[in-house]
Design a protein around this ligand. Structure first.
Ligand SMILES: Nc1ncnc2c1ncn2[C@@H]1O[C@H](COP(=O)(O)OP(=O)(O)OP(=O)(O)O)[C@@H](O)[C@H]1O
Ligand SMILES: [Mg+2]
Length: 436
């Protein structure tokens, strides 16, 4: 299935200003301009049939006054989301406007058209992805969750696909896959947050980030600002590292999931952040700790990473039993939220996903998770990580493995393979290209 272009409403203060940007918008086949406005009246009319993303030039709204402008953006956008272009004299309003429910981005003029186009695509796609996450497959999982009882009942997030990358075995490549999946999703235009839960933090080490800021900023000040202060950024990807402090981590782990400042509440803060993330990728520690249990309670997609050997098959069985609550009622992951990835596969390996499924089925009442990707063992992966380069941007076969995961969950929405989506995506005027 090929994805429909994102429907855009374009506005500008006057025909000349509109002409200057319109030609570039229609040249981009990822977008379809469905409405044009050069006056407030035209803007109101165009919003009657809401596009997916509206580019609103605030100069059209200045006659409404500052309160009127905020009022308009709060109440008149209907179901669409907006990028607001602010004239420089209104720059001080950027923070307040950026917090509005339907506003996804505020840019102060002058802005490059290529940058606005790129943001339109990313925002429109992320909205679609978020809607899809509420579609049937997930709502089935949600209703299964809703039937559960007990204090530790799982609460999955609608609208945001929250991936937990786990697996019982240490060193299978969980962090590598979490980092590269998140990086790739973001490259493909899906607004993504990468979160680390391992102490010491493993995510930042692969991306060459400093140890702070990290989620301690939120644990010390569990507010929206505290969450924003906990984030780091790399190539447009938002990242929330784990606290790099064992003592603090143990203290936080003692808080029950429903208590203020708990690990589960951190994942809720991430889900509720504005502008919203379409995907959250959580790198879980190998141990059975609160730092793994609480994020799992809030995930709606669990990816178990295993290696192609018998020890991993045994491990997979016990991890799935654990996750589904067989041993410990604090774990409540429904089976249809569990997927597997086979990592570090060599050409001579005899263990295929099919054989792995056969091996584990007899221990799980005939059930086995679907394998969504097979990722080759590539010594170049570690070499890239030594240089803090995400291998998905350099190692073609490894990238093809990561793209299998992206395509499994998002091919309908992307409308083309992840590799293509990522390769052609411009970010802030720079074109990313795969190095072959
Ligand atoms: N597909 C791959 N090909 C080659 N090496 C890989 C691959 N995936 C991971 N590795 C390497 O395996 C090692 C362990 O990877 P990683 O730290 O991602 O595993 P992990 O499961 O997160 O470990 P832990 O259980 O300690 O959290 C790293 O040196 C990494 O470079
Ligand atoms: Mg790890």
């Amino acid at each position: 299935m090929s994805a429909q272009p994102i429907q855009i409403l374009l506005s500008a203060p006057g025909q000349q200003a509109l002409n200057a940007i319109y030609s570039q918008f229609i040249a981009d086949r990822r977008l379809l301009v469905v409405g044009l406005a050069t006056t407030l009246q035209m803007l109101e009319q165009s919003l009657q049939a809401p596009p997916e993303v509206a580019v609103i030039d605030a100069e059209l709204l200045v006659d409404l006054g500052e309160r009127g402008l905020v009022e308009f953006l709060s109440s008149r956008l209907g179901s669409c989301v907006a990028i607001v272009l602010l004239p420089r004299q209104l720059e001080r309003m950027a923070g307040a406007i950026g917090q509005l429910d339907r506003v996804r981005e505020v840019m102060v003029k002058p802005v490059g058209v290529a940058q606005v186009i790129d943001r339109c695509y990313q925002i429109g796609l992320s909205e679609r992805v978020a809607r899809e996450a509420m579609a049937p497959a997930t709502s089935r999982a949600m209703s299964a969750l809703a039937q559960m009882t007990g204090a530790a009942r799982a609460v999955a997030f609608a609208g945001t696909r929250v991936f937990a990358i786990g697996g019982g075995k240490g060193g299978s490549g969980k962090t590598t896959i979490a980092v590269n999946l998140a990086y790739r999703l973001n490259q493909a235009g899906i607004r993504t947050l990468l979160m680390g839960f391992d102490t010491p933090d493993a995510v930042g080490v692969q991306l060459g980030l400093p140890m702070a800021p990290n989620s301690l900023n939120w644990f010390r000040r569990p507010t929206r600002d505290g969450f924003a202060a906990s984030l780091q950024h790399k190539d447009g990807l938002d990242i929330c590292l784990s606290p790099n402090d064992k003592v603090e981590a143990a203290r936080i782990a003692a808080r029950a999931p429903d208590q203020d400042g708990s690990i589960a509440r951190l994942t809720e803060a991430a889900r509720d952040h504005h502008p919203p993330y379409a995907a959250i990728v959580m790198d879980l520690p190998p141990t059975e700790s609160e730092w793994s249990i609480q994020p799992l309670l809030r995930a709606n997609t669990v990816i178990l990473v295993c290696e192609p050997d018998l020890a991993s098959a045994v491990n997979l069985v016990s991890t799935i039993r654990l996750l589904t609550g067989v041993f410990d009622p604090r774990y409540q992951v429904p089976r249809d939220a569990i997927y597997a990835v086979m990592n570090r596969v060599l050409p001579e390996d005899a263990m295929t996903p099919k054989r792995m499924q056969e091996a584990i089925r007899e221990h799980l009442d005939g059930w086995a998770p679907p394998f969504v990707a097979v990722i080759p063992n590539d010594p170049g992966v570690r070499a890239c990580q030594m240089d803090y380069i995400p291998p998905v941007t350099r190692r073609q076969e490894f990238a093809a493995g990561i793209d299998q995961i992206v395509d499994f969950f998002y091919s309908d929405i992307l409308g083309r393979p992840a590799a293509k989506a990522a390769r052609s995506r411009r970010f802030m005027g720079i074109t990313f290209r795969m190095v072959q």
